[in-house]
Design a protein around this ligand. Structure first.
Ligand code: NAD
Ligand code: TDX
Length: 346
């Protein structure tokens, strides 16, 4: 198989690329990444020695560049992970989210369709999305299913929903073989230290306050990043064209529980916790029903959350050279300026 993956210098897709190179059926693996603030070349450096791998610095919104590359590489499948991915940033920089998450997805869909028309053979497409497109849940035990109506609540999830709908429209109108995957909150190695788990670990290691939004009782379902990537692979191999697949970790936790577990693991005091103003439009609870993925793809999550969290903490302890440069003066400034404007973490 010849694969074209986008966003591979980021957190999740860099794990997907590692797994893919371990699979004998992958004969070519091309990564397309614009190296935004969250994309890091060192995330794929150790893969560059493999002759099957090619790293291309390219913006997925560059329609001509994307089309040229797709014609040159002639992939059997395109797997789109590239996105603006942080909810907080979408509150003050929404335009960038519209551009990458909607326009960028469109460029890739058009290029895949063009290749399919020219070559007369099927080009598969996986659109990697999020459970946030379903909105949020009450504390009543319900869970998102694939037929739960879309109800995104913030600019990030709205633009992801837009990308999903365009993708599904291409499946219907242009006969593209396509699946959409929707996963819950991922955690693991190489996650940019702005998301809850790596932010709390790295702040704690620097003895800085740990900013918890609102009452800390918002609930997320946590999915080990390797389990998520196995799911994306299973959807590509065994998915039914035009379907949506949810992936979850069966690990719902309140934010405050996670923050306390991280402090305990690092031997740091709970006095580092700071309750700060709530995120505007903060979704209360996410939970995922992934029974379709189990029934149709044979997929289920393997990692137990407390074990995965221990491994994640250990990774950040052992890889300080990876994250310390990311928390330089510009990172601090960025947080002060933007969160100050939102009235958060002031
Ligand atoms: P990330 O921010 O770590 O990585 C995003 C990558 O995309 C970066 O390497 C960045 O350089 C690249 N990128 C951004 N804009 C681009 C553009 N215009 N052209 C080319 N490359 C561009 O994100 P992540 O957490 O790894 O998320 C990957 C995907 O998974 C996203 O589509 C996200 O919506 C989805 N997702 C994430 C989570 C999560 O918990 N992190 C959960 C469910 C779904
Ligand atoms: O400083 C913080 N304090 C805090 O209390 C941060 C950064 C987060 N939080 C809370 C907000 C959420 O309830 O922790 C929870 C998780 O926050 P994030 O890590 O920002 O993730 P979330 O908003 O849930 O979105 C994530 O999951 C779905 C990813 O960033 C998305 O890319 C993914 O689609």
């Amino acid at each position: 198989m010849r694969l074209l993956v986008t966003g591979g210098c980021g957190f999740i897709a860099s794990t997907f690329l590692r797994q893919a190179l371990g699979r004998a059926e992958v004969e070519r693996l091309v990564n397309v990444d614009a190296l935004t603030y969250s994309g890091r070349r060192e995330n794929v450096r150790e893969l560059e020695g493999d002759a099957r791998f090619r790293n291309v610095e390219l913006d997925i919104c560059d329609a001509e560049g994307v089309e040229r590359l797709v014609r040159e590489e002639r992939p059997d499948a395109v797997i789109n992970f590239a996105a603006e991915s942080h909810v907080d940033r979408s509150l003050f920089a929404a335009r960038r989210f519209v551009r990458t998450n909607i326009e960028g997805t469109l460029c890739l869909l058009e290029a895949a369709r063009g290749l399919q028309l020219d070559s007369g053979r099927q080009v598969k497409f996986v659109q990697v999305s999020t459970d946030e497109v379903y909105g949020d849940l009450e504390d009543d035990g319900g869970a998102f299913r694939e037929d739960t109506p879309l109800d995104p609540r913030n600019p990030y999830s709205s633009t992801k929903a837009g990308g999903d709908l365009l993708a599904l429209a291409f499946a219907r109108t242009h006969g593209l073989w396509l699946v959409v995957t929707r996963a819950s909150n991922n955690y693991g190695a190489r996650q940019f230290p702005e998301k809850l788990i790596p932010l709390m670990i790295t702040n704690a290691l620097e003895d800085k306050p740990l900013p918890v939004y609102g009452d800390g009782k918002n609930v997320r379902d946590w999915l080990w990043v390797d389990d998520h990537c196995e799911g994306v692979w299973a959807a590509l191999q065994r998915g039914q064209a035009g379907q949506v697949y949810n992936f979850g970790g069966a690990s719902e936790r309140e934010n405050i529980t996670i923050v306390k577990a991280i402090l305990a693991e690092l031997g740091k005091p709970e006095s580092l916790i700071r309750f700060v103003g709530d995120r505007p439009g903060h979704d209360r609870r996410y939970a995922i029903d992934f029974s379709r993925a189990t029934a149709q793809l044979g997929w289920r999550p393997a990692m137990q959350f407390e074990e995965g969290l221990r491994r994640t903490v250990a990774w950040y302890v052992e890889n300080q050279a990876w994250w310390r440069p990311l928390r330089d003066a510009s990172f601090e400034d960025y947080y002060r300026q933007h969160y100050g404007r939102l009235g958060l973490k002031a």
